[in-house]
Design a protein around this ligand. Structure first.
Ligand code: HEM
Ligand code: HEM
Length: 153
């Protein structure tokens, strides 16, 4: 199993732990609802999307019978997502106290998170299409294709 699959799933669990802890803190101490955007993104960007990233990187290549297009990009994505979300959470916590001065932190985190998401889209899209040689053969007229190509249906 690729290291970033394990780490995406573990970081999803860690973000869930942090997100629900903040949720309980907000429920118990309603003034802390000012931190709602941090709670929302810990749970939705941290737990939900990171779980999908981790499971997706493991399952999609097996589902389509093609290797993952780029493991390096998958590893870079783990860093972008986690550093990005950590910065976003810091920015969301700062915003009610320092106003616009939180924007550089939040914006940098947001750009990192978005780049991570774009890396996932690109990597999974290319994985579904499969290696170039497979694509060329699959797109060739049936008469010029070798018999019994994998995923030829
Ligand atoms: C023990 C678990 C949780 C507790 C105690 C909790 C508590 C809260 C509280 C107190 C609010 C603020 C409500 C308000 O504005 O009046 C809130 C908002 C929110 N929570 Fe949670 N939460 C929990 C788990 C989750 C999870 C797992 C998710 C997502 C997967 C989630 C998603 C949201 C969203 C999207 C909002 C914002 C809703 C809106 O914009 O109106 N929460 N939560
Ligand atoms: C690059 C990724 C993302 C960035 C930069 C981003 C940024 C933001 C910002 C700046 C806000 C406004 C917060 C405020 O009210 O002060 C917001 C709100 C919200 N975002 Fe995101 N977001 C991202 C991804 C997501 C994803 C993937 C989800 C859901 C799966 C999501 C769900 C929400 C929700 C539910 C709110 C309303 C929060 C509330 O009720 O307070 N966001 N987002």
């Amino acid at each position: 199993m690729d290291w970033f699959v394990r780490r995406f799933i573990k970081s999803a669990l860690a973000w869930l732990g942090l997100g629900v802890t903040l949720g309980v803190a907000m429920a118990a101490h309603p003034l802390w609802i000012i931190y709602r955007p941090a709670h929302v993104h810990m749970n939705l960007l941290g737990f939900v999307t990171m779980m999908i990233f981790g499971v997706g990187y493991h399952v999609v290549p097996r589902f389509f019978g093609h290797p993952l297009y780029s493991k390096r990009l998958g590893g870079a994505h783990w860093w972008l997502s986690n550093v990005g979300l950590a910065l976003m959470v810091v920015g969301f916590f700062m915003a009610p106290h320092v106003g616009e001065r939180s924007v550089p932190v939040l914006a940098t985190g947001g750009v990192f998170s978005a780049l991570g998401a774009f890396a996932f889209i690109f990597n999974i899209w290319r994985t579904i299409d499969g290696p170039t040689t497979f694509r060329r053969i699959a797109e060739a007229p049936a008469s010029r294709r070798p018999p019994l190509m994998p995923n030829d249906s």
